[in-house]
Structure formats: structure tokens, C-alpha cells
Design a protein around this ligand. Structure first.
Ligand SMILES: *Cc1c(COP(=O)(O)O)cnc(C)c1O
Length: 385
């Protein structure tokens, strides 16, 4: 009944975890969910108010423009200038997205012919690989190893693969490893992309979720990146807006144009009212972002202290709301996540769910209050591992 592309999908691990969690809840267990990467805090009220007002204006009720409201793209360009120091022409170098997942899934359709290769990191957000496969492309895995600070080793990619490579996905600050990229790495990628004629898609979904004074750079800020790159920014994590479906792509005008052609034939754009709320988010005071980061940082430090007590020592990540922790030697990641759930009522995501190179790790999302994280740590301390 299903097309090959559906039959070829890997089993969806997250559905299995949801089921196991539901079983525990049904048994009356007080489950602490540190599994899903979805902010627990509400969208800031000035953004919600802006949406309420916009949705009452009938002008927002009609089909949006394919490329997005010019006012939204202008607000996005101004925000990029302000926070990342990059110059974006909103008319030609920016595109509104219905969330960056939509962007990741559709970009391969613009640049990958059947049989072409896209370079995808592993462990990673699963959509890079699946978006490539849906376009008929062949994903080539770039392992993200701890000994390389979870950056891909570009020299390890064979030249016959490079000859067929059209696209490369990177994501820093990184989900799930919480690694950050150095400017030196971004420079390497720009040179590599020029040499091998590769389009680079940098998913910067966690660009503002940063700690200890760290600032996540834009890939496009590197000399020459604007010739080869598209960068995706999402309002989802930055402003607790995952449910709203709003993001944007910026980058090389020809690339944006090609991507826009795909989108104009698939979707009809993001709801104008949501884009107006997005303008409010991007152009108002960014204090709400700083406030949320302070909360995540306290949660991070609470969980790290607990892991430390278990003999798991991790350097505090500079960005994202994830803790990527090695599992104790005698377990694989699925066994360990099962143990956490069954013996401590804690949901965390086994690393293998993000790819084979995620084996040996488990991901905690800092999406519960400090109190709940303290409770989780207390339970972990009782575990016999
Ligand atoms: C959460 C996440 C996204 C999804 O963002 P949306 O804009 O909500 O679609 C994209 N990339 C990564 C790496 C993520 O973790």
C-alpha cells in the first residue's frame, strides 16, 4: 500500500518511548519527562497579544504570499543584523518558513537529483537524512565524534562521494550533542563547499539558547559563506513558539530563489497573523530570551550536579537545552533509558534514536522546572547502576 519511501523509514523510536511512558503513567508512576526538545514555558505574553490582535484583522485571513510578508522578512533581516552582524536583503535573501523542519525537509527537493549525495551528520535531527531520502538523494553520514568535539571530519569524506555531493547539513549549537562550532570550523566548511561546489545548509535553531556569555555565530558571517550557504533560524526554541510554526531562511539569493520555487508549489506560506506575531517577537526587547536562558542555565547546573554524583562528569554545555551524557559502560543507550524510566520514572532519549553514532549516549532535555530536575537527580542517586 505504501510508497517505497515510506516503507524505507526507520521505526520511529520516539513513538516507542511515548508508549513506554504512557504505560508507566497508567501504572500511577509520577513520570518526569526530560525526553522531548519542546520548551515547557509559555510564549511570552507580548507575542501572544500581538497574535490576538492580528487574528482579528481580516487582512490576515487570506492566502499569505509565498515568500512571506515583506514586513516579516525585514524584521528577520534587522534581527540578523542586530544579533549576528550579517547583512541580509529581505527582498531576495530571506524567506518565511512554516517552521525550520519544513525548510529542512524541502530544501533537498531544490538541489538534490535522484542519486545525488547529501552530507548529513550523525547523531542528528532525523529530518536531514529523511528529507534527503524523500528527494531521492543518498545521505552520506558524517560521524560526530566526541574526540572531534562533535564536529564532522571533512577530510574523511571520500572523493568519489564528494563528486556526487550537492548538499551538506550542519547544525551548531547542536542537537543532540549540545556542541558548538568554532569559527575555524565554519571557515573550513566554506572552503570545502567552494572547492567541491556544495550547498551548505546551516540549521541554527538554537542560536539564542546560550549560556555563560557565549554567543552562537552565524555561518553566513564567514567570508564567502553567502556564496554557498543558507541558514535556517527558528522562532520555536528562541521564543517558546514551537506550536506556532514560524521560522525563516536567509542566505544566497539564487539558493533562496530555488528553494522558494519548491515551496510555492507545495505550501501556501505561513499564516500572516503568525508572521505579525513573529515580527513582534523579533523586533521587541530580547529580554525574554535572556530570562529564559537564565532559567535553562540553572536547570543545566542542577542536572549536571546530579550526574556528577553518579560519576558522569560532563563539561557544562555553552548552548541548547540538552545534556548529552555517556551511559554507564555495561548498558547500551536503549537499555539505560529503559532502566531510567522503569526504575526512576525518568524519560530521556537514547542516543541511538539520533543515529548509530549516538549509541553510548543519552539525551536529557532541560524542559522541567529546577524542582522536578532535583527530584529526578534524587531518584537517579537511588539507582543501582
Ligand atoms: C527543534 C529543532 C528544529 C525544529 O524547528 P521548527 O522551527 O520548530 O520546525 C530544527 N532543527 C533542530 C536541530 C531542532 O532541534
Amino acid at each position: 500500500m505504501y510508497a517505497d519511501r515510506i516503507n524505507a523509514l526507520p521505526p520511529y523510536l520516539f513513538a516507542t518511548i511515548d508508549e513506554a511512558k504512557a504505560n508507566m503513567v497508567a501504572k500511577g508512576v509520577d513520570v518526569i519527562d526530560l525526553g522531548v526538545g519542546d520548551p515547557d514555558m509559555p510564549t511570552p505574553s507580548h507575542i501572544v497579544d500581538s497574535m490576538c490582535e492580528a487574528v482579528r484583522d481580516p487582512a490576515t485571513h487570506r492566502y499569505p504570499s509565498y515568500t512571506g510578508l515583506m514586513e516579516f522578512r525585514t524584521a528577520a533581516a534587522d534581527w540578523c543584523k542586530e544579533t549576528k552582524g550579517i547583512d541580509i536583503d529581505p527582498a531576495t535573501e530571506a524567506l518565511t518558513l512554516i517552521g525550520s523542519k519544513e525548510g529542512v525537509a524541502h530544501i533537498p527537493l531544490a538541489f538534490v537529483n535522484p542519486g545525488d549525495v547529501a552530507l548529513v551528520p550523525d547523531p542528528a535531527y532525523p529530518v536531514y537524512k529523511i528529507g534527503t531520502q524523500f528527494a531521492g538523494g543518498i545521505p552520506h553520514i558524517m560521524p560526530l565524534l566526541e574526540e572531534n568535539d562533535f564536529l564532522p571530519d571533512l577530510d574523511a569524506i571520500p572523493s568519489d562521494v564528494l563528486a556526487k555531493t550537492k548538499l551538506m547539513f550542519i547544525n551548531y549549537p547542536n542537537n543532540p550533542t549540545s556542541a558548538t562550532a568554532t569559527t575555524r570550523f565554519f571557515k573550513e566548511v566554506v572552503d570545502f563547499a567552494h572547492e567541491n561546489k556544495i550547498v551548505v545548509v546551516h540549521d541554527n535553531a538554537y542560536s539564542e539558547m546560550v549560556y555563560d556569555g557565549y554567543k552562537a555565530p552565524s555561518f553566513l558571517a564567514i567570508d564567502g559563506a553567502m556564496d554557498v550557504g543558507i541558514e535556517l533560524y527558528s522562532l520555536s526554541k528562541t521564543y517558546n513558539m514551537t506550536g506556532w510554526r514560524i521560522a525563516f531562511a536567509v542566505g544566497n539569493a539564487d539558493l533562496i530563489k530555488g528553494f522558494g520555487k519548491v515551496k510555492s508549489n507545495i505550501d501556501s506560506g505561513a499564516f500572516d497573523a503568525v508572521q505579525r506575531a513573529g515580527i513582534t517577537a523579533l523586533s521587541s526587547s530580547q529580554q525574554c530570551v535572556a530570562d529564559m536562558n537564565r532559567i535553562y542555565q540553572e536547570r543545566r547546573d542542577t542536572l549536571l550536579k546530579g550526574l556528577d554524583a553518579l560519576g558522569i562528569n560532563i563539561k557544562p554545555p555553552k548552548a541548547t537545552f540538552y545534556i548529552w551524557a555517556p551511559v554507564p559502560e555495561k548498558y547500551n543507550s536503549i537499555d539505560f533509558s529503559r532502566l531510567l524510566l522503569e526504575d526512576a520514572g525518568i524519560v530521556a532519549t537514547p542516543g541511538v534514536g539520533f543515529g548509530n553514532y549516538g549509541e553510548g549516549y543519552i539525551r536529557f532535555a532541560l524542559t522541567q522546572s529546577v524542582d522536578r530536575i532535583e527530584e529526578a537527580v534524587g531518584r537517579m542517586e537511588q539507582l543501582d547502576v
